[in-house]
Design a protein around this ligand. Structure first.
Ligand SMILES: N[C@@H](CCC(=O)N[C@@H](CS)C(=O)NCC(=O)O)C(=O)O
Length: 222
């Protein structure tokens, strides 16, 4: 039976972009369906009735949600170019760091929504303090996955692209090559991979979008 792979995503969503990247790294042909999150499609609501969020991967009619779970599903279903290491301890560590990244990102996002002005800068500063753990984890390696891009690299792409854009939109210089030499070297390395760049939103359009979102937070009733 021919495989049918569909990805429901949104261009600004780092979680959607990581699934696109995973599918491309595995060489899996797929149909991409762009969702308008202000007017979610009946299909999205059917496939993700619990969270009603993108990304959703639909494989031969079966939906899978939550980006890290989708990544593991892809890795288990298509065995070429494995994302997770074989060794159980190394697998556990990869899952630990991936979870760490998403938890810290979500926490920073929630905090940023509840504060104003200068306080946003503090949230960004605090977030990048947490990211020092990630800097340490990467020391001595080209990629989190070792010699090549793996599970944590795919998840950490959010730090490489999305946080640099957010920082520029907010106008804070918390994430700099001076403070994070190892992470910046890693950004240089993953940016050399064409498929990684293909899965990144266009920078100027993305920057304009993030600025508009931040303005929205500021003007939203508290
Ligand atoms: N934990 C989820 C997060 C996904 C997520 O936050 N998706 C956002 C877009 S970036 C979304 O669909 N938001 C729609 C909503 O909250 O109604 C994952 O890893 O897939």
């Amino acid at each position: 039976m021919a495989e049918e792979v569909k990805l429901f995503g949104t261009w600004t969503s780092p979680y959607s972009r990581r699934i696109e990247l995973a599918l491309k790294l595995k060489g899996i042909p797929f149909q991409y369906i762009e969702e308008d999150l202000s007017n979610k499609s009946p299909q999205l609501l059917k496939y993700n009735p619990v969270h009603k969020m993108v990304p959703v991967l639909v494989h031969n009619g079966k939906p899978i949600t939550e980006s890290q779970i989708i990544l593991e599903y892809i890795d288990e279903t298509w065995k070429n170019n494995p994302f997770l290491p074989q060794d159980p301890y190394q697998r556990a560590m990869a899952r630990f760091w991936a979870k760490f990244i998403d938890e810290k990102v979500k926490a920073a996002e929630m905090k940023a929504k509840s504060v104003e002005g200068k306080e946003i800068e503090l949230v960004v500063e605090e977030f990048f303090e947490e990211m020092k753990f990630l800097e340490n984890e990467l020391k001595g390696k080209d990629f989190f996955g070792g010699e090549t891009i793996g599970f944590v690299d795919i998840v950490a792409n959010i730090v490489a692209f999305f946080f640099t854009v957010t920082q520029q939109a907010v106008g804070v210089e918390a994430f700099t090559p001076e403070k994070f030499p190892v992470l910046f070297k890693w950004i240089g390395k993953i940016t050399e991979i064409d498929v990684v760049n293909e899965c990144r939103p266009p920078r100027e359009k993305h920057l304009a979008y993030v600025k508009a979102v931040i303005e929205g937070f500021k003007s939203a009733p508290k």
